[in-house]
Design a protein around this ligand. Structure first.
Ligand code: CTP
Ligand code: MG
Length: 242
């Protein structure tokens, strides 16, 4: 269906219980299948909270969030987990192996699919270098892999699950610029047709996005393509300069 993977926020307002002010204020946007929506803004702006709202870690006080035309509040945990994959800002590893961490419950995924996901996520080389490859043990918390490696394994894990919606929360910032560029060049064909939402720190990560949302203090203060925002949005211009 044309709605498949479409994520729509409508006048969403959310505050943490007991807090005086909401951290998300009247946010509306649509993230379309086959397109990339980028979210950029300073630290504390509400980017992570926005993604977590889509996953229904919290429920908004006002407004609605729908995926595939259905309110997320009516989807089960399993339906949500099947539809949306989050690469969290601080990726986690479970005790097990690299392979079991990539499968993460998707027992049907073949080794070949894992290698393909690793190739896209720029994680193939360091896994191949490990003596046991996919069977290499990983400790809980992932202390045996570096932060950047953990981030790439986490991206590969999302790719293995083949969701309709990818949520990348600052997933490229621990990568050097060259690896970031290679990964983003490989990503479109691997995620073709899916809805992609990318929270980014570096403007260079999102210049190609179909739509960029500039968020400040929980509000959308600008939206458009890179070129449109560069010409018209002061907050975006400031981010580009910094
Ligand atoms: N916040 C909170 N309680 C939480 C999580 C977040 O009160 N459990 C607040 C933060 O203090 C912040 C706001 O919610 O004022 C938005 O937080 P967040 O979405 O995490 O900000 P990001 O834009 O993701 O910031 P960063 O770039 O640092 O990740
Ligand atoms: Mg964040």
């Amino acid at each position: 269906t044309p709605e498949a993977g479409r994520v729509v926020f409508e006048n969403v307002t959310f505050g943490f219980p007991g807090a005086e002010k909401p951290v998300i204020k009247n946010v509306s946007f649509a993230a379309e299948p086959g397109k990339t929506t980028a979210i950029i803004g300073s630290t504390g702006a509400g980017k992570t909270v926005l993604l977590n709202l889509a996953l229904r870690l919290y429920d908004p006080q006002q407004g609605s969030i729908t995926v595939d035309g259905a309110p997320v509040s009516e989807l089960t945990r399993d339906q949500l987990a099947d539809t949306l994959s989050l690469v969290p800002q601080r990726p986690y590893m479970f005790s097990g192996t690299i392979g079991s961490n990539l499968r993460f419950g998707r027992t049907a995924a073949t080794d070949e699919e894992l290698w393909e996901a690793l190739r896209v996520a720029q994680g193939e080389d360091f896994v191949r270098e490990r003596e046991l490859g996919l069977d290499e043990p990983v400790s809980q918390g992932g202390t045996s892999v570096s932060g950047g490696q953990r981030q790439r394994l986490s991206i590969a894990r999302a790719l293995v699950s083949k969701p309709k919606v990818y949520l990348f929360d600052d997933s490229f910032s621990a990568l050097d610029v060259a690896t970031d560029a290679r990964l983003r060049a490989a990503l479109p064909s691997a995620t073709q047709g899916a809805t992609t939402i990318i929270v980014a720190q570096r403007v260079s990560t999102i210049t190609d996005a179909d739509q960029i949302l500039v968020i400040e203090g929980g509000e959308i203060v600008g939206r458009g393509t890179h070129d449109e925002l560069l010409g018209s949005n002061e907050v975006y211009q400031e981010i580009v300069r910094s």
